[in-house]
Design a protein around this ligand. Structure first.
Ligand code: ZN
Length: 653
C-alpha cells in the first residue's frame, strides 16, 4: 500500500481518537470502532479496490489508443499504448477480460509478460515484468471478442434510420477491461488521445473532444486533456448528426431523431450555468449528449464531455430532463470528485441526485423538485422493503462489495438513501453553509478520488457536535435501513394527484356513472407532467386498485396508448399483475411484446417482467417467450439482471 494512503488512514484514526475524549468540543470524526466493520486490519483496506488486479506501485498516466472498428466481424482491433507514471515499480499490471492479446511491448522491446488468474467477474491480470526505472511505455495490441461485455453492436435494422449499424460502449463499473486493457478502477486517473477508424459514412465519438460532422475517410482523432478513471472511457459510432444547443452544448443523434432531441434538451445551457452558480466551474470544456438506441440499459451515462442517453426521455414536453440534470451533475460529483472504490459508490450517486434536485429546483422551481424528491422517497421505500428482507447488509451506504459485482450496488441505496442523507445534512446546517461547504469540497478534491471516510472527515469539520448527533451520521452511513429522522418530502402537486386517486378508488367500477364521476377535467390535468401521471399510477397500485379501477383510469386518460415510455412502462407493470379482466388481452399482449422487444432500459423492463412472473402459469410462459425473443437486442447488463430474475423465479425464490 502506498505510503500517502497509510498516512491518511493514520490521520483519520488520530482524529477519531478524539471521539473518546470527553473534553473535546470539536465535532468528532466518524471512526467509532464498531462502525468500521469492527476490525482494525480491515481499515487499511478502505483504499484497496477489490475489483482490480492493478497495484498502487505502478500506475499509468496517459493512454494512446489506436483502433479500427470492424462492424462486419463485430470486433475492435487496437493498440493501447500506456504511459507509466515516472515513479513505478518493477512490474505493471493491467486488467483484461475477454480480449485476445497478440503483442505486448515495453518501449518498443518485447518484455516478459504473462496472464494471471481467470476470474469470471474480474477477468485476468496482464502482468508486464522487468520494468526499469526509465521504462516509459507499455503497448498492448489486441482484439475484442464476442464476449466483450462493454460493447453493444446494434444491427442497422434495429436503428431508426435502418441504414447503418450502431456501436456503443458502457464501461461502468468494471467493463472497460473488456474493450481496452487498463487499470480498471476509479482510483487511477489518466488523460488520453485516440485515433479511431470506422466505416466511411459513419461518425465516431468518444468521451473526449469530438467532431461535429462526418469525415471523408472514417478516421477520427480525439483527445481528453482532463484525467479520467477508466469507467469513463466511452465510444459511440453510427449514422449520427449534430445540432448545436448553445455555446458549449449540443446533441448527437440519428438524423431521424436529432431535432426532437434538440427540442427536448434545449434547456441544457441554462442547466450548466445554474450548476456552475451552485457548485463552481464546469471543468470539462463542452457538454454534449449522444442519444443511443433504445436498448441502452440505463437512463444515461455521464461519460465526460459526451453524456450517453436513452431515447426514452424524448417525450416532447421536456418533463424528463431531470436526467440531463443528473448526468450534468456528475461533471462535479463522480467525474470531478470520484468514488475511490465501488464500495463508496454512494459518493458518486447520492451527491449527484442531491445536485440534480438542486438544478431542477433552480430551473423549474421548488414545486417541480418536490415531486422528484417524493418519487425518490417512494423508490427508496419500495426497494428497501425488498432489500431488508433479502439482503439487509446491502442497505448500508458504505458497501462491502468484495467478491461481488459492483453492478449489484446500483440500487436506491446509493442514489436515494444517499440523497436523503445529504438533504438532511443540508437541512441541519442550513442551505447557505451547506452550499459553501460543497463548493469548497468540489474545488478542493477536483480530479481526485475519495473514500467515504474522507468525506466524513470533511463533514466533521463542517458540523458542530450537536449537528453531527442530530443527523446521526454514523447510523446513516454504516447502519442498515432508513433512519427515523429521514426527511419526508411533501409535494403540493402530488397532494392533488393523491386526492384524485382517492376519489377514483372510492367509487365502484361497476357503477354506470363511475367513469364520469372520477374524470378530472382537462384544466386540472393539462399541466400534469410525467411525474404526476407516474404518481397517479403508483398511487392506484398502492391503494389496492382492482382491475376495474385500472380500467376506469385507462378509459379516462388513455395510459395504454401513451407515447411516453415512462408512463406506459409503469402502467404495464401495474396492469400485468392483474388478471386483465375487461382489457382486450390480445391488444395488451401485442403492446407489451412490442415494448419489450424494442426498449432495453432496465428500469422499465425488469419490473414489467417481474410483474408477468407474478401472474399465472400462462403469463409466466408468455414472459419467457418474449424474453427469449427480446434478449439478443438487450445490453449484456440488462441480460444479466433478467437472467438472474428468471433463474430466481425458476428456483422458486
Ligand atoms: Zn448517476
Amino acid at each position: 500500500m502506498n505510503r500517502n494512503f497509510t498516512l491518511l488512514v493514520a490521520s483519520v484514526f488520530a482524529v477519531g481518537a478524539l471521539t473518546n475524549c470527553q473534553s473535546t468540543t470539536e465535532a468528532p470524526a466518524p471512526v467509532a470502532e464498531t462502525i468500521f466493520y469492527g476490525d482494525t486490519s480491515v481499515r487499511a483496506d478502505l483504499f484497496d479496490d477489490p475489483h482490480s488486479y492493478s497495484e498502487e506501485e505502478s500506475k499509468v498516466v496517459h493512454l494512446n489508443w489506436d483502433a479500427v472498428v470492424d462492424f462486419e466481424r463485430e470486433v475492435i482491433t487496437a493498440t493501447a499504448t500506456w504511459t507509466l507514471d515516472e515513479q513505478h515499480g518493477s512490474e505493471v499490471i493491467f486488467d483484461i477480460k475477454d480480449l485476445n492479446i497478440s503483442k505486448v511491448t515495453l518501449d518498443g522491446q518485447e518484455p516478459v509478460w504473462d496472464l494471471e488468474y481467470d476470474d469470471e467477474l474480474l477477468g485476468s491480470a496482464l502482468v508486464v515484468y522487468d520494468l526499469g526505472p526509465d521504462s516509459k511505455e507499455v503497448a498492448i495490441t489486441y482484439e475484442t471478442s464476442a464476449e466483450s461485455e462493454a460493447l453493444q453492436w446494434y444491427p442497422a435494422e434495429l436503428t431508426q434510420g435502418k441504414r447503418m449499424p450502431f456501436l456503443f460502449t458502457q464501461s461502468q463499473a468494471i467493463l472497460a477491461r473488456t474493450w481496452v486493457p487498463c487499470q480498471d478502477r476509479p482510483g487511477v486517473r489518466f488523460t488520453y488521445d485516440a485515433k479511431v477508424t470506422v466505416p466511411k459514412g459513419m461518425l465516431a465519438l468518444m468521451s473526449a473532444s469530438n467532431p461535429t460532422r462526418k469525415s471523408e475517410d472514417g478516421v477520427y482523432e480525439f483527445s481528453m486533456l482532463q484525467p479520467i478513471p477508466s469507467y469513463l472511457l466511452a465510444l459511440g459510432s453510427g449514422d449520427l448528426a449534430f445540432i448545436e444547443l448553445g455555446e458549449r452544448s449540443g446533441v448527437y443523434a440519428e438524423p431521424e431523431m436529432v431535432r426532437n432531441a434538440a427540442f427536448e434538451f434545449s434547456q441544457t445551457e441554462d442547466m450548466i450555468s445554474r450548476a456552475e452558480y451552485l457548485y463552481g466551474p464546469y471543468y470539462w470544456g463542452r457538454y454534449d449528449m449522444l442519444v443511443l438506441p433504445p436498448s441502452f440499459p440505463f437512463g444515461g451515462m455521464e461519460n465526460p464531455r459526451l453524456t450517453f442517453l436513452t431515447p426514452t426521455v424524448i417525450v416532447g414536453d421536456m418533463s424528463l430532463t431531470s436526467l440531463i440534470a443528473h448526468e450534468l451533475a456528475h461533471s462535479w460529483s463522480g467525474n470531478l470528485v470520484t468514488n475511490a472504490t465501488w464500495n463508496d459508490f454512494w459518493l458518486n450517486e447520492g451527491f449527484t441526485v442531491y445536485f440534480e434536485m438542486r438544478i431542477m429546483d433552480a430551473v423549474y422551481g421548488p414545486d417541480f423538485a418536490d415531486m422528484l424528491e417524493a418519487l425518490s422517497y417512494d423508490d427508496l421505500q419500495r426497494e428497501l422493503a425488498v432489500m431488508l428482507e433479502e439482503d439487509p447488509d446491502a442497505t448500508r451506504l458504505k458497501q462491502n462489495l468484495e467478491g461481488r459485482n459492483p453492478d449489484d450496488a446500483v440500487t436506491a441505496i446509493a442514489y436515494d438513501k444517499g440523497f436523503h442523507f445529504l438533504k438532511l445534512c443540508e437541512q441541519t446546517v442550513g442551505r447557505e453553509r451547506w452550499d459553501a461547504f460543497l463548493k469548497r469540497y468540489f474545488d478542493k478534491y477536483k480530479f481526485k478520488t475519495r473514500v467515504t471516510e474522507e468525506f466524513l472527515q470533511e463533514l466533521a469539520g463542517l458540523m458542530t457536535q450537536e449537528e453531527w448527533n442530530a443527523v446521526g451520521v454514523e447510523e446513516w452511513v454504516y447502519g442498515k435501513g432508513l433512519p427515523a429522522n429521514c426527511p419526508f418530502p411533501a409535494s403540493n402537486r402530488f397532494y392533488i394527484v393523491d386526492e384524485a386517486v382517492k376519489m377514483l378508488l372510492g367509487v365502484s367500477p361497476e357503477d354506470p356513472d363511475a367513469k364520469s364521476m372520477v374524470y378530472l377535467e382537462q384544466d386540472v390535468t393539462i399541466r400534469w407532467t410525467t411525474h404526476e401521471w407516474l404518481r397517479y399510477i403508483r398511487a392506484l397500485e398502492a391503494g389496492g386498485a382492482t382491475v376495474g379501477h385500472y380500467r376506469l383510469a385507462d378509459a379516462n386518460y388513455g395510459f395504454t396508448g401513451s407515447p411516453n415510455p415512462e408512463i406506459v412502462a409503469a402502467w404495464y407493470t401495474a396492469i400485468l399483475k392483474t388478471d386483465f379482466e375487461g382489457f382486450d388481452p390480445k391488444v395488451y399482449e401485442e403492446k407489451v411484446e412490442s415494448f419489450l422487444t424494442t426498449v432495453g432500459r432496465r428500469k422499465f423492463i425488469v419490473p414489467m417482467y417481474a410483474s408477468m412472473l407474478e401472474g399465472d402459469e400462462k403469463r409466466q410462459v408468455w414472459a419467457k417467450e418474449i424474453y427469449a425473443k427480446a434478449r439478443p437486442s438487450y445490453h449484456p447488463l440488462s441480460q444479466q439482471t433478467l437472467d438472474q430474475l428468471f433463474a430466481e423465479h425458476e428456483q422458486g425464490l
